[in-house]
Ligand binder design. Structure first.
Ligand code: GDP
Ligand code: MG
Length: 663
């Protein structure tokens, strides 16, 4: 019960014993060149030294991600709780840095006043931009050592034409204490303006640490996004698809029943051995599959990036300044994972700075991605960050034609427009099962079904219980089917309609669920199913004049000895006979008693009544007794009684028939 009480509160309103007021949760990550004072600043802000490893202490350099927490109060009085991820700044650890800055709300970019803008300042800035981080506070660290004014000017120049152009810049010194309080206030006011991370019911936690704790077992940590995780919940570890139960949840050392998006989260997963989970894996609560071939939009920053700060001329020949080529081997950084990938550019042969392009990425191992996830691309030698991008499609095995590219570009330009995303997804595929439509996306199931309703109201799509189909595709399929039905009525007016098996074979390219949805939809208005056929509701099967004489003859033949008519093969001696007999059977005028025995319906009803009468009067009867009494034959009576047994009218006991008790 308690579990739900906590989780049913809105993300803004979590209250733990530690925070009695409304507390909002955010994630901050540091960024900036090595030795510029990031870790020292985190310690000054929080009291926690993020460099926790002995090697980090010995070498005085951050190697892995470090974590701390910062409690602030916004001007409104709201409590703000920020998890801080401290990243390494050294060029050898850019890979770790990228794992630390996914799903953050604010970047704390640290630039030493005595050193100014440096290569990893630039590289980190590009990484933040590629990952869609739009909010940063710039700490001008070591203000006790440098010329703050000059360096401020230099940084402003570097930030021109970036999303961080308006970022606040605060001189700080951990030595003198200058600016630390001011920095806290600025961070608080920045975060107060940030919307808490969305809860769209699809939790993902990209693992940034996995370790064992004595008495607890395997523990993973990461930043939770997309949805909540509860204690006791069964989760899956992707991409290896292992199931485990969440034994307990903590955030910054505090036990909780439920973690929410935007929280640093530690999960104890006792069912898992430590070698079954590692950094880069994703913890999720859904059964979505991972993907290993993606269609993406990639972009290159307009800024050239060189290992050493240098003029554009000096960087021209360096790898980072070279265009990204078709077929190249790269590393994709997504969530906390890094995976080798081969890139195929779909629109051009190479990607120059400032350009955006659609590409295929074939991954060496699957990743647990959603449509609209952002990622970073580094070169095959892992020396340079060369591009960033956004996932457009998780099924990159399909080939893309020009129409595909156009439809893919639509949501790429407006990724938050759910109608556009849904519309493009359906248009590209013709139809999509509703269950899977944009399942792996940042939209909730509710948002997706509302978008489907809107699009249906605007006649842009057709919806059945199972599938959502593109309006044009559906219209074409519908018209084609209606034309086939009308044609069948015209060609064979004596038939009840078009055989569904015949229609299925014409539409064999369509999957079963589309076919069924089509039939179901047609049958909601002008069409009906008649046995194994579909027909216009208004269709009455009639014999063409040409066959009416044949019909007369057959009726006569069936009437002469009503309970012992001639065998079927003697009646339908030619094609016309076959057509007429089928018509009589389909229209219900005649009944197929056995494979070679047909009775007119009135005679069938009559003989049934006579059988009932005979058995009621004389008790259970044999085939011979009934055949003799009713002037029939074995040829008719045997299959007739079997049919009546099947229908539950009679019941066989040894070699006699009695009446079933049902009627
Ligand atoms: N004078 C001075 N030195 C600082 C300041 N902040 C950090 N340092 C020193 O700069 C070095 C690198 O700091 P660190 O926080 O490890 O940098 P990081 O690599 O960006 O995390 C350390 O020797 C710190 O003592 C500061 O505000 N003033
Ligand atoms: Mg550090």
């Amino acid at each position: 019960m308690r579990l739900h009480t906590l989780c049913d509160q809105s993300p803004k309103e979590t209250s733990f014993t530690l925070f009695r007021m409304t507390t909002r949760h955010f994630i901050i990550a540091t960024a900036g060149h090595v030795d510029h004072g990031k870790s020292a600043l985190v310690k000054a802000l929080t009291g926690t030294d993020p460099d926790r490893l002995p090697e980090e202490k010995r070498r005085q350099i951050s190697i892995d991600l470090g974590f701390a927490e910062l409690n602030l109060t916004a001007a409104s009085g709201d409590k703000i709780h920020a998890g801080i991820v401290d990243v390494p700044g050294h060029e050898d650890f850019v890979r770790t840095m990228i794992a630390g800055v996914g799903s953050i709300d604010l970047a704390l970019v640290v630039i030493a006043a005595d050193d100014g803008w440096m290569p990893q300042t630039e590289e980190h800035l590009q990484i933040l931009t590629y990952l869609g981080v739009e909010r940063a506070v710039i700490a001008l660290a070591k203000s006790d050592l440098g010329n703050v004014e000059n360096v401020t000017e230099q940084i402003r120049n570097h930030l021109r034409e970036t999303v961080f152009v308006k970022s606040r810049m605060i001189p700080t010194s951990v030595r003198s204490g200058e600016g630390i309080e001011n920095l806290k206030n600025v961070i608080a006011s920045e975060l107060a303006a940030v919307q808490p991370q969305r809860d769209f019911g699809k939790p993902r936690l990209f693992v940034d640490r996995a370790f064992t704790m004595r008495g607890i077992g395997t523990v993973v940590t990461g930043t939770l996004t997309g949805g909540r995780l509860h204690r006791g919940q069964t989760i899956s570890v992707q991409p290896q698809n292992l199931q485990a139960r969440v034994r307990s949840i903590q955030s910054h050392g505090i036990e909780m029943d439920c973690a929410q998006p935007g929280m640093r989260t530690a999960l104890s997963l006792r069912d898992l051995a430590i070698d079954q989970v590692k950094r880069g894996d994703a913890i999720t609560a859904s059964d979505f599959a991972p993907a290993s071939a993606l269609i993406v939009q990639i972009e290159r920053s307009p800024r050239l990036f060189a290992k050493q700060p240098a003029s554009a001329k000096a960087t021209a020949g360096k790898p980072a300044a070279r265009p990204l080529k078709n077929g190249g081997s790269v590393y994709l950084h997504h969530g906390t994972s890094r995976v080798a990938a081969r890139i195929t550019l779909l629109e051009k042969e190479k990607l120059e700075p400032s350009q955006k392009i659609i590409a295929h990425l074939k991954l060496a191992a699957p990743i647990f991605a959603f449509v609209r996830d952002r990622f970073v691309i580094r070169d095959g030698s892992e020396q340079h960050t060369i591009a960033g991008g956004v996932v457009l499609d998780l099924d990159g095995t399909r080939l893309c034609d020009a129409r595909d590219l156009k439809l893919l570009s639509m949501p790429a330009t407006a990724p938050d427009d759910i109608d556009l995303c849904v519309r493009s997804e359906i248009a590209r595929r013709g139809f999509v099962p509703r269950k899977t439509l944009l399942g792996r996306s940042h939209f909730s199931a509710g948002e997706i079904s509302e978008a489907l309703m809107r699009l249906q109201r605007n006649n842009e799509i057709a919806l059945s219980e199972e599938i959502a189909a593109d309006g044009a595709f559906w219209g074409m399929l519908r018209n084609q089917t209606i034309a086939l039905i009308d044609n069948a009525h015209k060609q064979n007016p004596e038939r009840p309609g078009l055989d569904l098996s015949e229609l299925r074979s014409v539409l064999r390219d369509q999957p079963e669920n589309v076919f069924e949805a089509l039939i179901a939809e047609l049958c909601t208005d002008d069409f009906v199913r008649k046995g194994s056929a579909i027909a216009r509701a208004s269709h009455q099967s009639v014999l063409p004049v040409r066959l009416q004489a044949v019909a007369r003859k057959i009726r006569e033949a069936l009437s002469q000895k009503p309970f012992d008519p001639p065998p079927r093969h003697q009646i339908e001696t030619d094609r016309d006979g076959h057509l007429v007999l089928r018509f009589l059977v389909e229209s219900g005028e005649a009944i197929e008693v056995g494979s070679d025995a047909v009775l007119l319906r009135e005679n069938f009803e009559h003989i049934k009544a006579r059988i009932a009468e005979f058995v009621s009067k004389n008790g259970p009867a044999t085939v011979s007794e009934l055949r003799r009494a009713l002037e029939s034959s074995r040829r008719i009576m045997v299959p007739l009684l079997e049919k009546l047994d099947r229908e539950g009218f009679t019941r066989r006991v040894e070699d006699k028939r009695m009446l079933s008790t049902i009627h």
